[in-house]
Design a protein around this ligand. Structure first.
Ligand code: PEP
Length: 251
């Protein structure tokens, strides 16, 4: 893992008003200040201004949870990559399984969002992962390979420096059911293999691959101890400063 950045990112989902976020960020700042990893909080759009302001001069980086792929125009309700960059937002999540499940996100739109974000200068946390049926059918690796390939279609080797892959088995998200560290390792290694095929060994070795899915203060150390698990994307446990800080300390 020597040349890879460990990244612990919180995904707040549709939680916390901007007003409520102040309290959480105030508690997070001292709790994660000695982190040995990169610390990111991905917040709702309405909280981004507050999050960027509050975290100025700290080691906490701010991300959005989604981005539209067009630069501007008649797309009511959508937010462009340039709008995020203009606010001082540094990261964005693409392809989260909740977007795929509830908002008709496809591999193709995940790819378009990823490209738009990278071209605007954002760093992107690209989510991939199988659902329970797919795992039971034994197609996890094949599916995750395909999701990764399509998401990265058109992304250059240089741009890969701004790409993080988050392996998130859908059956483990928000369910309290974590993948075993061996399961997480197996798929993260498979993803790194795909990156090697697409971009060569150097890029594959340098790319941060996170695990996400009910990672918490109790299981983070074991998961993060695996050779190809370079960090975590944290949902529920990112809403509590002490739990999130414990995960950060484990990275
Ligand atoms: C997520 O939403 O990316 C996630 C991993 O959620 P949770 O940690 O709550 O399972």
């Amino acid at each position: 893992k020597a040349n890879r950045k460990a990244i612990i990112a919180g995904n707040w989902k549709m939680n916390k008003t901007a007003t409520e976020a102040v309290e959480l960020i105030d508690a997070l700042i001292p709790a994660v200040k000695d982190a040995n990893c990169e610390v990111v909080i991905c917040t709702p759009f309405t909280t981004l201004v507050t999050a960027v302001e509050k975290t100025k001069g700290t080691n906490i980086h701010v991300g959005a949870e989604n981005v539209h792929f067009e630069k501007s125009g008649a797309f009511t309700g959508e937010i462009s990559a340039d709008m995020l960059v203009d606010l001082g937002v540094e990261y964005v999540i693409t392809g989260h399984s909740e977007r795929r499940q509830y908002f008709a996100e496809t591999d193709e739109t995940v790819n378009k969002r990823t490209l738009a974000a990278l071209n605007a200068g954002l760093k992107v946390l690209v989510c991939v992962g199988e659902n329970l049926t797919q795992r039971e059918q034994g197609v996890t690796e094949e599916l995750v390979r395909m999701q990764t390939k399509i998401a990265l279609n058109g992304v250059t080797a240089e741009q890969m420096a701004n790409v993080v892959i988050a392996y998130e088995p859908v059956w483990a998200i928000g369910t309290g059911k974590t993948a075993t560290s061996d399961q997480a390792q197996e798929v993260c290694a498979a993803i790194r293999k795909v990156l090697g095929e697409l971009y060569g060994e150097a890029v594959a070795k340098a790319t941060t691959i996170q695990y996400g899915g009910s990672m918490n203060a109790g299981n983070a150390e074991e998961l993060l101890g695996k050779p190809d698990v370079d960090g975590g994307l944290i949902g529920g446990a990112s809403l509590k400063a002490d739990a999130f800080a414990t995960i950060v300390a484990a990275a």
